[in-house]
Design a protein around this ligand. Structure first.
Ligand code: CA
Length: 225
């Protein structure tokens, strides 16, 4: 799950990025309204965390532009304590929620997850294939009653395979979901994670299998009985 933070205060952006990454998200940060618009035009994000006081324009400008073209991305505003009118204006302009600075990182994570759980948000609850179940909120995977010990990246891969059960997930999409813009991606990184995930699933007796579609990506399919 990929998030964009538009925040000009470097320290806040960095702390938020690190906290959200620890919570299992891939996170990109930019510091200007214009950079935010450019990033959103290039990449599909699951949610936007938007500071209102930005150097080049007010964050509500970006918010209004997105809503004007029908973009329904969940948006969490970051606002200063004394900026009550901005906050109200932001919610009127189509923001989903707001956080007042300074905020606890645990609060940021909780609010972000709440946005993603809303109808139309990217977080469902439990994804299933055969005897495999994945809870997208707790981020734990089970095969039957057994809990699977997965790395963060293995969990993310499993989640996307489950979301497109029976259909191919291109390797490029997995790379986009797993890594931020600034991360170096080793060419064999995804195959290695998939290899480990596949071994864990087989070892636990999963009755759905990951198939490699050579040159394209991967597909999770339930075994035919
Ligand atoms: Ca600011």
């Amino acid at each position: 799950m990929r998030l964009l933070i538009v925040e000009d205060e470097a320290r806040i952006a960095e702390l938020a990025k690190r906290a959200l990454e620890r919570a299992g998200f891939a996170v990109d940060t930019v510091r200007l309204c214009g950079e935010g618009a450019a990033a959103l035009a290039m990449t599909v994000y699951d949610a936007l965390i938007l500071d209102l006081g930005l150097p080049d324009a007010d964050g509500t400008k970006l918010l209004r532009e997105l809503r004007a073209v029908g973009n329904q991305i969940p948006i969490l505003l970051l606002t200063a304590r004394d900026a009550v009118e901005d906050r109200v204006g932001g919610l009127d302009a189509g923001a989903d929620d707001y956080l007042i600075k300074p905020f606890a990182m645990s609060e940021l994570i909780a609010r972000t997850k709440a946005l993603l759980r809303r109808p139309g948000g990217a977080l469902g609850t439990t994804l299933q294939a055969g005897n495999i179940a994945f809870d997208t909120i707790g981020r734990d995977a089970h095969v039957g009653v057994a809990t699977l010990a997965l790395s963060r990246r293995e969990s993310t891969i499993l989640e996307h395979l489950l979301r497109r059960l029976g259909r191919v997930v291109p390797k490029s999409v997995l790379e986009e979901k797993l890594y931020g813009i600034d991360d170096e991606i080793e060419s064999n990184a995804i195959p290695v994670h998939v290899h480990h995930l596949r071994r864990k699933l087989v070892g636990a007796g999963a009755d759905a299998q990951i198939h490699t579609i050579r040159g394209v990506g991967y597909l999770l399919a339930e075994a035919k009985s």
